[in-house]
Design a protein around this ligand. Structure first.
Ligand SMILES: NC(=O)c1ccc[n+]([C@@H]2O[C@H](COP(=O)([O-])OP(=O)(O)OC[C@H]3O[C@@H](n4cnc5c(N)ncnc54)[C@H](OP(=O)(O)O)[C@@H]3O)[C@@H](O)[C@H]2O)c1
Length: 331
């Protein structure tokens, strides 16, 4: 039985990785924290890996005790925070801790998957609307994207380390919390845009993302990187239309000028961080990304290398996601 470690197992995408790994017959170690919500990690076959990823020695102790993992999906990551220095700490330093622990215990896996992000490249040209390509220069606009770029550079600098880097675009599906806010807003009869309805965006349904990563794990490919999309492109307007149709809702549509959204993000972040120590979905770093016009990217090497053929386009994925939220009485 092949042994796999999945970090960030308690999160949205991580919980799907765990389910898929169990389904595929792996011995599954789910890295969680004392504070992690284990709602989606109830299967009795799951073995919890409780090392403190902030401390290399703690990771080493756990690895020494358990032994070598055949595969590691390093999916833990920080996408929003009140403490900006934490982007670097979680997305870069923790990855470095894990990899140093693997070297120092001499337990390098057959493959180490890094969940990076399209944000590590930054947006494409807003005028030509050319899709972002792997060969383009990486120019992230947010601190989140910069921290993902830093960890990518670190991985690539290693000698003989068998990594694969995946950079998903916006991931959606059941259990997800950010796009869910859009579904709720539309359910309430409001359809909002930042600056324009002609924002060009890409998506990947969580199950397709997880499937392709398990295909990649089984392949002989190493030391490459991939953007992950459903191979299609959409506009913000098309996305809203799909949601509206699925919710059977008529809406009032508002294009909010970017400067107003930026101000709302700033005030929301300051007050929420000060009073509740929690960061809202719309925050100043997120604004830098969602106000960009071109998030198209080229995922064709996924098709070339792994015959990627996504099962879900946006219409099918939104339908399934909304049906899940409805079943959970969240919509
Ligand atoms: N969702 C997207 O659209 C998207 C797009 C591109 C890339 N990604 C990447 O995909 C990965 C998963 O994202 P997600 O959307 O599933 O996010 P999520 O739901 O917020 O999950 C993040 C996971 O990381 C863990 N984590 C955070 N800080 C940690 C720390 N200091 N030590 C240990 N674990 C820590 C969390 O554990 P707790 O539960 O204990 O907090 C959680 O399990 C991230 O690396 C993210 O950057 C996501």
């Amino acid at each position: 039985m092949k042994r796999i470690l999945i970090t960030g197992a308690s999160g949205f995408i991580g919980s799907f990785f765990v389910e898929k790994a169990l389904e595929q017959g792996y011995e599954v170690y789910a890295a969680v924290r004392e504070t992690s919500d284990l709602s989606y990690l109830q299967d009795s076959r799951i073995i919890f890996f409780k090392a403190n990823l902030s401390e290399k020695e703690s990771i080493k102790e756990h690895i020494e005790k358990i032994g070598r993992f055949d595969y590691i999906i390093h999916n833990a990551g920080l996408t929003k925070t009140c403490k900006k220095e934490m982007f670097d700490f979680v997305n870069y330093q923790i990855t470095k801790n894990i990899i140093e622990a693997l070297y120092e215990t001499n337990k390098i896996p057959d493959k180490f998957i890094l969940m990076s992000s399209l944000a590590a490249y930054g947006p494409g040209n807003p005028k030509t609307l050319e899709p972002i390509k792997i060969s383009d220069e990486q120019k992230p606009v947010s601190l989140y994207g910069k921290s993902k770029l830093k960890v990518e550079k670190y991985l690539k600098s290693l000698n003989n380390f068998p990594y694969l880097i995946f950079r998903p675009t916006g991931v959606y599906g059941p259990r997800e919390k950010d796009y869910y806010i859009m579904y709720k807003t539309i359910k309430n009869g409001l359809e909002t845009y930042i600056g324009t309805k002609e924002q060009h965006i890409t998506f990947i349904y969580v199950k397709d993302l997880v499937n392709i990563i398990f295909e990649a794990i089984k392949s002989n490919t190493i030391n490459k990187s991939y953007f992950v999309t459903d191979l299609k492109s959409y506009t913000a307007k098309e996305f809203n239309e799909i949601i509206k149709k699925e919710l059977n809702k008529k809406t009032i549509s508002i294009v909010i000028p970017s400067i107003i959204v930026k101000t709302i993000a700033y005030i929301g972040e300051k007050t929420s961080c000060f009073f509740k120590n929690s960061i809202p979905t719309l925050n100043t770093e997120k604004f830098k990304e969602i106000s960009e016009k071109n998030w198209l990217c080229d995922s064709s090497n996924l098709v070339q290398d792994f015959n990627f053929a996504p099962e879900y386009d946006l219409k099918k994925g939104v339908k399934e996601a909304i049906s899940w939220y409805k079943k959970k009485k969240l919509l």
